[in-house]
Design a protein around this ligand. Structure first.
Ligand code: HEC
Ligand code: HEC
Length: 194
């Protein structure tokens, strides 16, 4: 009997130690339903990413875009003008021009600028699938995890600016709360692409 009792005791001890110091559990694989919901949600997320307030800073080329028609930025502004010593902050403040008493002037938010040339995070002219693959690729998204992407979509000042853009600028097609909720549905689906 003794060895059996000892073995049971050792088992209980091992179990207790395991309970006291759990290893970080691997994230459970999302269910088929969660994956499908995430894929559907991302299609609506893309309607925001492609709306003028977002796509204007996520262009296919080196020039930011302006207006709802996405025309190239006036004054020939591009990544090259920044490299030549004219930062975006020459004109864009950390707040909209209206907040500093200049109606119709440059919009503003902290760290106003284009994504860098080597990680441009292009939304213009891309399909939902292409944007999805780019969005979750750490080699193209500044090394962000899905959770960090969700944090960016939920609370980055420039993203929030899209819903308070100043002047007569139009808003993205859904509210920021809806956008954040759909983005979370995509993340909960493991970032599966439509
Ligand atoms: C003023 C320019 C600007 C505007 C407007 C803008 N973005 Fe961005 N966006 C950036 C920059 C710069 C980065 C990359 C650097 C970073 O992480 O902030 C970025 C990156 C991102 C990323 C990926 C995270 C990453 O770090 O690569 C997402 C998602 C994103 N933007 C969403 C949006 C959405 C949604 C809108 C519209 C509501 C928007 N952006 C509008 C400049 C802009
Ligand atoms: C010489 C001043 C100046 C510089 C430098 C400048 N901008 Fe602008 N920008 C403006 C003005 C003025 C507007 C407002 C025009 C309008 O309402 O369409 C504007 C509008 C924009 C818009 C349009 C916002 C929207 O959704 O309608 C974006 C995006 C933008 N700028 C990005 C940039 C970026 C990125 C840089 C740096 C690479 C930059 N700008 C540098 C003056 C400037």
């Amino acid at each position: 009997m003794k060895p059996l009792v000892w073995a049971l005791g050792a088992c209980a001890l091992t179990a207790a130690v395991a309970l006291a110091k759990p290893a970080a559990p691997p994230a459970p694989a999302p269910s088929a339903g969660a994956i499908a919901a995430g894929q559907r949600a991302f299609v609506t997320v893309v309607t925001v990413l492609k709306s003028p307030r977002c796509v204007n800073c996520h262009p296919a080329g080196d020039r930011p875009l302006q207006g709802d028609d996405g025309h190239p930025h006036a004054q020939n502004i591009s990544r090259r003008t920044v490299a030549a010593g004219v930062p975006c902050s020459t004109c864009h403040q950390t707040r909209n021009s209206e907040a500093v008493g200049v109606p119709g002037g440059p919009p503003g938010a902290p760290s106003w600028g284009l994504p860098p040339a080597d990680m441009p995070m292009v939304f213009q002219g891309k399909t939902a699938t292409e944007i999805c693959e780019q969005m979750k690729d750490p080699a193209r998204n500044h090394g962000k995890s899905l959770a960090q992407l969700l944090d960016h979509a939920t609370s980055d000042p420039i993203v929030l600016w899209g819903w308070a853009p100043g002047g007569t600028r139009t808003l993205p097609p859904i509210s920021h709360d809806q956008f954040a909720a759909l983005f979370k549905t995509w993340v909960d689906g493991g970032g599966a692409c439509p």
